[in-house]
Design a protein around this ligand. Structure first.
Ligand code: GLC
Length: 603
């Protein structure tokens, strides 16, 4: 029985109660105000400017434009490689450049650490949020976020563009896996837990990172056909205000209550108006009604999607309430444009001062402005980067996120000393496929992309000494084994590149299951994917089916469940559609359910 909303909230309150009470950022306004009073217009606009490091051709730009923040977006890696040292050296170089500016205002370095410090080889890669949603365990989600924060700080970086508190309503969306659930009740609890994990009990703690609840608001509710390539991503969320507040707002209310200091407006629109330029959403609701005191960071080049020319885009977004603009390459142009708009009064100085006050509040709250603060990376943290202790937390997340959908003839758990277990499928021996999108590369990639334990290696470790574990990608060679286990599903994707018209299994995957079936042995299907898929093509042939989502670098967690060292407790955080559905949009009358939200068996 899945946790009820009351149980979820009770467990989350227990978690949140342990965290420090949310202290208002406005307690820093006197310090921020004194610094603000010393700044020129140009120095203020610089604080609102966020370039991507890969487009900063001359480090002098950072001081010259008084840059307040730098990011590494997807695929924006250090020139020397994706290892820990390269990232740490990059951060130190960028921050050192900022510290030469007068006045000396340390910059915030932001990165998409969305399931671990997932850009960096050797970092622990956690299951994606869709998996964490199936744990219904805010304490665990908080611990995972804390490990992520520690590994992010080990590279010096102090800001994660996480958690995503989207509430995806159509699983054909390429970002569905970044959401915890289709249910706002689950999202509000786990999103708050992630904020607490990232920011810790004190934002100025050297292991804490600033969180960023995203993408405000309704990014997961767009109508099919309104997005990029007439699909879903960055489309239009066509709902009335009551629905927007009921479904898509709770994650932000709880994130703000949990103390999230930044929020990222969405590329998408609400009833035809882009969130990045939506005054009612950004100022009236988020800042005035909900009392958000941190700052809003735009999405990557999101201002480009606003109507009009560059000047009009910047004017609309800043006057709507945007405080910092992620303008990876064209940061000179943004800086000049906003300075011009401020000088002409088209953007009032009061708006500029409000934005910079918000940014400075966060920097004071993080301790960056303390006179003797060490602002460069603490390289001693490398000692725990990717550590066994950190990996154990991820392994626990894997175990608790797996959802048992079918288990006829009690095929699971597997017998440890079975004579032979035959493993098959494209996701069995491929750490890239088990990590999914936003892993080392923006889109993720198949193959040995990072360190960790493949599922096949884990199965071999976990099987008894007398058992033989054989493997073939296509499932051939299984005859004579005690059981065949197919690890099939999806190869990695991210954002609009994951939008799909159909969620049918790949022919290769169906063939694997058929080959195992043809061997005349019991068949277990393990789905390694970013979302529920249409599985009736294998459901009848399989004696057991389990959803493992994109489990990340710790394949041992999958073996723990398959061999019964941990009995499955995961509960679906998304409704699982049936092939009979004429539409996979749950809101459509033709939708049919195969497994309901909250479903999950055990041994
Ligand atoms: C991306 C994503 C956003 C991410 C940002 C920086 O396009 O929409 O989630 O934080 O750009 O990489």
């Amino acid at each position: 029985m899945s946790l009820t909303r009351r149980q979820l909230l009770a467990s989350s309150l227990a978690v949140l109660a342990k965290a420090a009470p949310t202290r208002r950022l406005s307690r820093f306004d006197s310090q921020a105000g004194r610094l603000l009073a010393t700044l020129t217009l140009e120095e203020k606009v610089g604080q609102m400017t966020q370039p991507d490091h890969k487009y900063i051709n001359n480090l002098d730009d950072i001081a010259r434009l008084h840059v307040g923040s730098v990011l590494s977006g997807g695929d924006s890696d250090p020139a020397s490689g994706n290892d820990w040292k390269s990232w740490t050296d990059l951060y130190d170089r960028i921050q050192s450049a900022a510290l030469t500016a007068k006045p000396r205002i340390p910059l915030l370095y932001g990165i998409d650490a969305v399931h671990g410090h997932n850009n960096v080889i050797g970092a622990v890669i956690f299951p994606q949020n869709i998996a964490l949603g199936c744990t219904r365990d805010p304490g665990l989600v908080g611990r995972a976020a804390r490990v992520t924060a520690e590994e992010v700080r080990a590279t010096g970086i102090q800001w994660a563009f996480a958690p995503c508190v989207a509430v995806p309503q159509d699983i054909r969306w390429g970002r569905v896996y970044e959401g915890y659930s289709e249910s706002p009740d689950v999202v509000e609890v786990l999103g708050a837990a992630a904020v607490h994990g990232l920011q810790g009990s004190a934002l100025d703690h050297p292991l804490s990172v600033a969180a960023c609840a995203k993408h405000f608001v309704g990014d997961g509710g767009t109508s099919f056909g309104t997005g990029i390539r007439h699909l879903l991503d960055q489309g239009d969320t066509r709902v009335d205000e009551a629905t927007l507040r009921r479904v898509h707002l709770p994650g932000y209310i709880s994130a703000i209550q949990a103390g999230a200091v930044t929020i990222m407006p969405s590329y998408s629109s609400w009833n035809g108006v882009r969130c990045s330029g939506h005054r009612k959403l950004l100022t009236d609701i988020l800042k005035n009604e909900l009392g958000f005191e941190g700052f809003l960071i735009s999405d990557y080049n999101a201002l480009d999607e606003l109507p009009g020319n560059r000047k009009q885009q910047v004017e609309q977004s800043i006057n709507a309430g945007m405080d910092m603009v992620m303008v990876p390459e064209r940061y000179h142009e943004f800086y000049e444009t906003l300075c011009g708009l401020a000088k002409s009064g088209e953007v009032p100085m009061t708006r500029i001062d409000d934005a910079v006050t918000r940014i400075l509040r966060v920097k004071f709250a993080m301790g960056l402005m303390e006179p003797n603060r060490n602002l460069l990376a603490d390289r001693s943290l490398h000692a725990t980067f990717g550590s066994a202790e950190h990996r154990a937390v991820a392994r626990e997340c894997v175990r608790k996120s797996m959802v048992l959908l079918k288990n006829d003839k009690r095929v699971l758990p597997l017998a440890r000393n079975a004579a032979r277990i035959h493993i098959a499928g494209k996701c069995a021996d491929d750490i890239g496929n088990q990590c999914g999108g936003w892993t080392i590369f923006w889109q993720g990639a198949s193959g040995a992309v990072t360190e960790g334990t493949t599922i096949l290696a884990a199965m071999r470790k976990a099987s008894g000494s007398s058992a033989r574990v054989t493997y073939s990608r296509d499932g051939n060679g299984a005859a004579g084994a005690a059981v065949g286990v197919a690890f099939i599903g999806e190869t990695p994707y991210a954002e609009m590149q994951g939008d799909r018209m159909s969620l049918d299994l790949a022919a290769e995957d169906v063939a694997v299951v058929e080959n195992l079936k043809r061997a005349g042995i019991p068949v277990v299907v393990v789905l390694i994917s970013g979302r529920p898929l249409i599985i009736e093509s294998v459901l009848e042939r399989a004696d057991a089916v389990i959803a493992a989502w994109w489990p990340g670098s710790e394949g041992d967690g999958v073996a723990d469940v398959l061999f019964g060292d941990y009995k499955p407790t995961g509960k679906l955080s998304f409704t699982w559609p049936s092939r009979a559905a004429t539409s996979i949009a749950r809101s459509d009358p033709g939708y049919k359910t195969l497994f309901p939200f909250g479903y999950g068996l055990s041994y």
